[in-house]
Design a protein around this ligand. Sequence first.
Ligand code: B12
Ligand code: SF4
Ligand code: SF4
Length: 335
Amino acid sequence: MLPSARVRELAISAGFDLVGFARAEPIDPRVLGDWLEQGFHADLDWMAEHVAQRLDVATLFPGARTVIALACNYWHTDDPGPIARYARGRDYHATLRDRLRALRRGLREAFPGVTDYGSVDANPVMEKVWAARAGLGYVGKHACFITPEFGSWVVLAVMILDADVDELASGPTEERCGRCDLCVTSCPTGAIVADRVVDARACLSYQTIENEAVVPEPLRAAMPNLIFGCDICQDVCPLNATPVRAQVRFLPREVAKATVLELAAMTKAQYDAWAPGTPLVRAGYDGLRRNAAYALGAMKSVAAREVLERLTADPDVRVRDAATWALAQLTAKTE
Ligand code: B12
Ligand code: SF4
Ligand code: SF4
């Protein structure tokens, strides 16, 4: 039986802002099962893999007894900008993995013999479920995890232990959405299809980050000033009204100052200076320029005509297609 106060101290000194504990019990299979059955995961096939592990951490890590849920605040600025806030600085996966390693070192020193399994994002672990069970906050109607301290401007990680701790949370914090539905009504594509349920196929976060093909035509017009990720449902949330500035590790980098037009016109050398080490590499050079071209079309940016014309001859077919569509939007305006 580990003293939770000591484990909490170790997690805080490893750099995490919030720490909570839950018993490693299975998750109700219906929540994930219904979501997958309805195809809400789009082509994220890895979401349909390792379902047994997602629903039961003991399948993923035999001997699992306790899940430590961990959160880091990443908010730095109110500037809406074309890049989602979480992606403006050093890749959070790297930062949180560093912190998990520091926590692991601390745990091994303090409690020899205890083993662990760490997860940030890509592992088959339902991180929001664990954050809720461990009492860090609750899942809002927009399906993002909301904490009393930092609103939803947090990224999550978990550390699973094969040992018990002496104090567990009693479940999520009090639900505070009430009758508000601002996130639902503000989502430009209607992607929040039910309370806490997002259809990734309609979500601009999925479309700009994960979709490697072309963005379906009806969604493109909803992309002004948005080229990587989407913060709209979080920006409108009243529970995010008093954000707290994050640690320096999450400071925005140079690329966060670039405009949509600059990103559309960016050279490979500029990309190589801006993107490595940030989450932007997931979309890649061509993906970012594809998105920027859609955004310029959605903005009907006449000033972008020259750049868009150049992109219609780009070696990448998706960039060419996006630029052609964008130019057609400018014509639509003047007719
Ligand atoms: C797949 C995924 C996506 C997909 C699908 C989004 C989604 N809502 O599932 C896409 C690409 C669209 C996406 C977008 C974003 N993501 Co994402 N994503 C994930 C990932 C890898 C898995 C999430 C998952 O399991 N989804 C499947 C559904 C079924 O699970 P769930 O949402 O947890 O399930 C809850 C709801 O379904 C709800 N629910 C629904 N019906 C019902 C019914 C009942 C009865 C009950 C009780 C509950 C319930 O309760 C469930 C449990 O909480 C996690 C990392 C991880 N490993 O957990 C990051 C993660 C959720 N994403 C994250 C972020 C930051 C984002 C974006 C904000 C990025 C951006 N700015 O563009 C957006 C937000 C979009 C949104 N409104 O949700 C963070 C969330 C941080 C936070 N504060 O919530 C995570 C945790 C990554 C991390 N390690 O920090 N994401
Ligand atoms: S991230 Fe954007 S597109 Fe996705 S649900 Fe929120 S507002 Fe809608
Ligand atoms: S905008 Fe309103 S309904 Fe949506 S998560 Fe925030 S408080 Fe809840």
